[in-house]
Write a protein that binds this ligand. Structure first.
Ligand SMILES: [Zn+2]
Length: 218
């Protein structure tokens, strides 16, 4: 027996498909012919940050990998397979690490509470906390400290991405995609580009220079 929300999903889907077809009769036929996305986005699983919605992107425009807190652990075979396919088959030109302020994963990593299995995943964020503990501890306001960790986490995941064999091989060939470090802000609905903007006082110069350095790779 379907619950009300499931019925609504399916009803919305039927309406959406009909609307698409009404505007563009060939839409689904073209969609079925293949995809040529120019970007791979690595985002958080949070239901409020659906990439296509936030970016106003059409189906077929963004290749997406999501997990809790947009992490790129060195040994995540799931991600490595996605990255290889995106870079070597789809030949994407951009790799976007897409974090967001108010990330539950980041908040959980900062708390002293034990959550069970997920703590092993969140340990990746705790590594970032340890690395930047002096900088983070210097921020008195808890919300500002969380936001800072969200940003640092995105920067660190970009560094992890750059260490993957697939990316390193592309750098050697001279055709590595450009890496972008973005954070979505619920309050404005806008994306902060960490390579370009300073949001909080005391943001690491490193965040900017790292972004620029990564930008140069493309
Ligand atoms: Zn999140």
């Amino acid at each position: 027996m379907y619950t009300a929300i499931i019925e609504r999903y399916l009803e919305n889907n039927r309406k959406w498909a009909a609307d698409k077809q009404a505007v563009q009769p060939q839409y689904f036929e073209q969609l079925s012919m293949g995809q040529e996305p120019e970007a791979l986005l690595i985002g958080c699983s949070d239901s409020r940050v659906s990439p296509s919605v936030v970016l106003g992107a059409e189906l077929g425009e963004v290749f997406v990998h999501r997990n809790i807190a947009n992490l790129i652990p060195h040994t995540d075979l799931n991600f490595l397979a996605v990255l290889q396919y995106a870079m070597e088959v789809l030949k994407v030109k951009h790799l976007i690490i897409f974090g967001h302020y108010g990330c539950g994963g980041v908040k959980a990593a900062m708390s002293d509470t034990c959550f069970g299995l997920i703590d092993n995943w969140l340990a990746n964020i705790r590594d970032v906390m340890e690395k930047y503990k002096d900088e983070l501890n210097a921020i008195r306001d808890e919300k500002a400290r969380q936001d800072k960790l969200v940003e640092l986490n995105v920067i660190e995941q970009a560094k992890n991405l750059m260490q993957t064999s697939v990316y390193r091989k592309a750098v050697e060939r001279g055709d590595a995609p450009r890496i972008h470090t973005w954070v979505f802000d619920f309050h404005s609905g806008l994306i902060v580009d960490l390579a370009k903007e300073t949001v909080y006082e005391g943001r690491a110069e490193g965040a900017r220079s790292e972004g620029q350095r990564m930008g140069e790779k493309g």
